[in-house]
Structure formats: structure tokens, C-alpha cells
Design a protein around this ligand. Structure first.
Ligand code: ADP
Length: 256
């Protein structure tokens, strides 16, 4: 059976510092994922970026500051984001499919079963599901609030072989390297114990909402479900080839 890979890209990977979409990176992402799909991998993409796309479309210089504004911009932006993905993936004859999920979908057995079946059916069509949280209706109670958790739950749901989280950092360090010069890189995590969990406590990010803490929690969900997880730098999307070739890039959390 073909291996199933879930790839999560955060806002910081696919936007410029201006907060607007980085089209060159999105185009390269579409090319690399299409190529991996041609190679035989089942590909599921978990992508943020709806607000960035919405701001671009509406030419907003400021970030939306109220919940209704954020949700309206996310709604405009989700449409724009999928249009852009569809356009780029179409260049490589790939079919993409949008799935907007909330926590409710993941905890309600019936909805969860429907979502699982939909993803499996899409993969059987060689389509590439592109998943995001349903930002335009979600409230705090029904969102994970970060796509790190959503991607891990998705990987668990569909029994993926590998979850790759592309981040603004090249992996896990023993402490935040942006705050501590002597931080030491951790290439492999065999077991997520308290020491590992404490490594993610101080996070700094401009556009991402996750931080290292949510990535370690995501790793717990994925590895407990038997899925390996890698955190790697999203600076050059072609790093996905290195990860799948088993090269020593990023931090590998070994699945149980
Ligand atoms: P992204 O949205 O790109 O995934 P996040 O802000 O969610 O980025 O998470 C990555 C950030 O987590 C890093 O840029 C760094 O500032 C912070 N961080 C905190 N603790 C650590 C750690 N122990 N190792 C690596 N990064 C850490």
C-alpha cells in the first residue's frame, strides 16, 4: 500500500513578513507535493494562510482586529487560497479538494467517520486533500486554534505513516534558540517525556499561532498513534525530499 504523508505548513512558511502570501513558495510547494504524489505517496496538506490571502485580496494593510472581521477575511481568504492552490496544482495535473474541519468533527464519532471516509476516498482518486480549520464559523470552544494539533489529529485519523510539520525553525532545540544562543539541536526524540515537553514552553512567533509547545503536543498525538513526525524548516520546501530520503534534517519524533 502507498505511504500516506500529512504535511503541515504554517502561516510563517507561506507568507512574507508583510503578512501577504508568498506565491513563489506556494508554487514550489505545489510542485514538490505533485512530484511526491507522482512518485506514489498519498499526500494530505494541512495549510493555514486564509487570513493572509484575504488581506491580500481586500488590500488591507492592517490585520483584522475583531472576531467578525477576522472571520469574514478568513472566509474571503480561504476561497482565494484554494483558488491559488488549485491553479498551481493544476499545472501538474493534480486535483485538490478542500476540507474545513473543527474540533467538533474530530470528537463526534459520526462526523469523524465521515471525514475519515472522505479523505480515504479522495486519496483513492489520487486527489490531494487540503485541510484547514473552519475559521469563518469557529469559536474558541470548537477550534484547536493551531494547525499543528489539527494535522496530528488528521494523521491519527487516517493512520498516516508520517507527519511533516514545516516551521520557521529547523527543528527542536533543548530551549528556544531565538532567546538562548547556547541552545542545542535535538535530531531524534525516542520518547516524549517531561524534559522534552518543557523544551517548548517559551515561543515567539509573529504570524504563527502554534509555537513549539503545540508541536510537541502534536508529536504526542501522532507518535502515540504509531505515526512518525518530523519538524523541519519550511525555508526551502525541497527539504521534503530530504526528509523522505531519510536524510538527517529536522527533528524526528519516532512513532510507537
Ligand atoms: P510556525 O508557525 O512556523 O510553525 P511557530 O511559532 O509555531 O512557527 O513555532 C516555532 C517557534 O517556536 C520558533 O521560531 C521558536 O521561536 C519557538 N520555540 C520555542 N521553544 C523552542 C525550542 N525548544 N526549539 C525550537 N523552537 C522553539
Amino acid at each position: 500500500m502507498n505511504q500516506t504523508i500529512v504535511i503541515k505548513v504554517g502561516s510563517s512558511t507561506i507568507t512574507h513578513e508583510t503578512g501577504l502570501l508568498n506565491l513563489r513558495k506556494i508554487e514550489l510547494l505545489a510542485q514538490v507535493l505533485s512530484d511526491l504524489n507522482n512518485f506514489g505517496y498519498n499526500i494530505v496538506l494541512v495549510s493555514s494562510g486564509a487570513i493572509a490571502a484575504g488581506r491580500g485580496k481586500m488590500k488591507l494593510t492592517e490585520r483584522p482586529d475583531t472576531l467578525p472581521k477576522k472571520q469574514a477575511i478568513a472566509s474571503i481568504g480561504q476561497c482565494e487560497l484554494m483558488y491559488i492552490y488549485d491553479k498551481f496544482f493544476s499545472q501538474y495535473s493534480k486535483v485538490v479538494a478542500q476540507m474545513l474541519l473543527t474540533k467538533r468533527v474530530m470528537v463526534d464519532p459520526q462526523l469523524r467517520e465521515n471525514a475519515t471516509n472522505t479523505i480515504h476516498t479522495l486519496l483513492s482518486y489520487h486527489a490531494i486533500p487540503i485541510i484547514n480549520e473552519n475559521d469563518s464559523v469557529a469559536t474558541d470552544e470548537i477550534i484547536y486554534g493551531d494547525n499543528d494539533t489539527l494535522s496530528a489529529i488528521t494523521a491519527k485519523l487516517i493512520k498516516a505513516d508520517l507527519l511533516i510539520i514545516l516551521s520557521d525553525i529547523d527543528g527542536l532545540y533543548d530551549k528556544n534558540p531565538n532567546l538562548h544562543e547556547d541552545a542545542v539541536f535535538i535530531p531524534v526524540v525516542e520518547e516524549i517525556n517531561e524534559t522534552i515537553e518543557n523544551m517548548g514552553t517559551d515561543s515567539v512567533s509573529n504570524v504563527g499561532t502554534g509555537g513549539m509547545h503545540t508541536k510537541i503536543q502534536a508529536a504526542k498525538i501522532a507518535t502515540e498513534a504509531g505515526c512518525d513526525m518530523v519538524i523541519a524548516s519550511g525555508k526551502d520546501i525541497r527539504i521534503l525530499y530530504d526528509v523522505l530520503d531519510g536524510k538527517a534534517v529536522g527533528t524526528l519524533f519516532k512513532g510507537k
